[in-house]
Design a protein around this ligand. Structure first.
Ligand code: PMV
Length: 348
């Protein structure tokens, strides 16, 4: 390649799984399919500068929120090793990765989905800038390959390229793939448009169990096979629910998925309890509020103590009032983040 240097910039959001990915095989292949809402406000903004270099090694430096950062380097080194066969120019340039998040650093919100997808998209833009043959790529080439690369950085990152709902993992009832995320293109019922996600920060500490360790806990897990089967069933049904607009089943599937994820961690060896007392307080308050008001509010969880509160836009005033008066007390420093479903990553 003749290009000496250049610079590209992307912002890419986080996502929240409705049917959870937990368990993977070699090469970041998921053991079960998952589906997520793409978020909007929680995102990573990454600028990738590249400069022609000599030598055959990977060369890069990371600037996180304006400061030189060594801590992220091993993860990125691993990422580069995994993707090198698909990104042949990776050894030809020195890269400067300047990255920042819109959400606070130690908020307990995983930045791997937004961070890895932003980096994958930057690499795709460079691929495009360096292209000498101008044969047409298929329409989906760019986002599919970006998702494919993002998956190799962090599995769930492959669901952050597009919006508003993304399916990842082979499943008989969709044209999805284990290799990349695909948009859920069915006509989603208006009940589920502009869905809201209030992220209650119960515990902003470092994750007790990294997802790398977490996925490995599914090897030889006594309930693994049944769980993977269940995820297939839940995904199939959730797809129908998203079309029909059935709030009741939506709530049941989403909450059950969250609790099952945690049940898997409680029943693995070693075992973990990642919920905190305040997580349970919040869940009970949500159930009570729903029973008393007929609201369609529900919760979901990632591999941590924070609670994602999901609700339709039409209920936003009422639910935020409830959050402020009843749930904020259980958040660390009263901190929570208001997010909504979004349309995916953007080139800047
Ligand atoms: O992408 P990873 O390897 O960090 O795994 C994330 C797994 C969960 O967030 C717990 C569930 C999911 O599907 O996002």
């Amino acid at each position: 390649t003749k290009v000496e240097s250049g610079k590209v910039k992307w912002e890419s959001p986080s996502n929240i799984a409705l049917v959870k990915y937990w368990g993977k095989r070699e090469n970041q292949i998921p053991e079960n399919p998952s589906i997520s809402f793409t978020l909007s406000n929680c995102k990573t903004i990454t600028t990738l500068s590249y400069q022609k270099k000599e030598g055959n090694d990977f060369s890069f430096n990371v600037i996180f929120e304006g400061e030189n950062n060594e801590a992220f380097k091993p993860k990125i080194q691993t990422f580069f090793e995994r993707i090198q066969t698909y990104v042949p120019f990776l050894r030809d340039y020195h890269f400067t990765i300047e990255t920042s998040n819109t959400f606070p650093h130690s908020s307990g919100i995983a930045s791997s989905a937004s961070g890895m997808s932003a980096l994958a998209l930057c690499l795709m833009s460079i691929e495009e800038d360096l292209r000498t043959d101008h044969s047409d790529h298929s329409e989906d080439y760019f986002s599919q390959k970006a998702s494919f690369l993002a998956r190799l950085g962090s599995g769930s990152a492959c669901r952050s390229i597009e919006g508003e709902l993304v399916v990842w993992g082979n499943n008989e009832s969709t044209e999805s793939s284990d290799l990349f995320g695909v948009r859920f293109t069915e006509d989603t019922h208006s009940n589920f448009r502009d869905y809201q996600d209030a992220i209650l920060l119960v515990d902003k500490g470092e994750k007790q169990v990294s997802s790398t360790v977490g996925h490995k806990l599914m090897f030889g897990h006594p309930f693994a096979e049944k769980r993977f089967e269940q995820a297939h069933e839940n995904l199939s049904e959730l797809k129908d629910v998203l079309i029909s607009g059935n709030f009741k089943r939506f709530i049941e599937i989403v909450e059950s998925e969250a609790l099952t994820l945690h049940a898997m961690m409680m029943t693995s060896m070693p075992y973990f309890i990642l919920m905190k007392p305040n997580t349970l307080q919040i869940i009970n308050k949500i159930w009570k509020f729903r029973a008393e008001t007929g609201s369609n509010i529900c919760f979901t969880l990632d591999a941590g103590a924070n609670v994602h509160v999901l609700f339709p836009k039409a209920e936003a005033d009422k639910v935020y009032e409830f959050i402020k008066t009843e749930l904020v007390a259980y958040c660390q420093n009263g901190h929570y983040i208001c997010d909504t479903v979004g349309k995916g990553a953007k080139k800047l």
